[in-house]
Design a protein around this ligand. Structure first.
Ligand SMILES: C[S@@+](CC[C@H](N)C(=O)[O-])C[C@H]1O[C@@H](n2cnc3c(N)ncnc32)[C@H](O)[C@@H]1O
Length: 219
């Protein structure tokens, strides 16, 4: 996500600094108890400006949603949105998804959301895609058995790549749609990118893959 540098980034960040978990390794294994949530631990990776995170957290008050975003200027907007919404069950990590193994204990996470992840079209950039096996191996450690990866994208090539990678990894597909909005799914929380692409008449691709309840992944 390209964005002009935010003015006063540091003081604005400080003004909602309680929403940012500066040392996520400290929370490893105790996210739900620390934030006093009886439900599940959900993760959104690449939350952008936070519309999905805010919408999802407000619908699931028992759960804790941790949103991960590596670009500080975008992260700031997501944190300000969360502060304005007064949400207690949404927190942020400002790091790269590759480091998530240090932030979450094995099996601690119930669901991972990947919304409109950067497609990285050239083949030699495939390692940066958030469904590349290098990332799937990180997710596989922190996901609980039976945990889910839910992905939405406008990009057909990334979608096909992800379907192949997840299947080869040994994660069965519980749900696949090549036109999510045609379902008129009332439960769908739109992201900023989703709103933009769908207003242009583009189909939204969706998948839900599940970590097997038992057994090692295929690769
Ligand atoms: C195309 S934007 C989509 C934003 C939002 N999810 C939406 O749908 O509106 C992708 C976001 O993912 C973030 N991102 C990409 N790779 C990441 C990584 N490895 N770790 C954390 N964030 C990442 C980018 O900084 C960017 O904000």
């Amino acid at each position: 996500m390209r964005m002009r540098k935010k003015k006063n980034l540091v003081p604005r960040m400080a003004a909602c600094g309680d929403l940012l978990v500066a040392d996520p390794a400290e929370m490893r294994g105790r996210w739900l108890s620390h934030f006093n949530r009886p439900g599940r631990l959900l993760l959104e990776i690449g939350c952008g400006k936070g519309q999905f995170a805010v919408g999802t957290a407000s619908r699931c008050p028992d759960d804790l949603l941790v949103a991960v975003e590596k670009t500080p200027d975008v992260l700031l907007l997501a944190m300000e949105k969360t502060r304005d919404a007064g949400l207690e069950n949404l927190r942020f990590i400002g790091t790269d998804a590759a480091t998530l193994g240090a932030a979450f204990a094995p099996g601690e996470v119930s669901r991972i959301y990947l919304n409109f992840s950067d497609p990285w079209p050239p083949k030699n950039r495939a390692k940066r895609r958030l469904t590349h096996p290098n990332f799937l191996r990180v997710y596989d450690v922190i996901l609980a058995p039976g945990g889910e990866i839910r992905m939405k994208t406008d990009n057909r090539a990334l979608f096909e790549f992800s379907l192949c990678q997840l299947t080869q990894f040994g994660y069965p597909l519980l749900d696949v749609s090549i036109d999510l909005h045609a379902r008129q799914d009332a439960d769908n929380v739109m992201t900023e990118y989703e709103q933009r692409f769908s207003a242009q008449g583009m189909p939204i691709y969706y998948l839900c893959a599940q970590k097997p309840a038992q057994g090692a992944p295929a690769s």
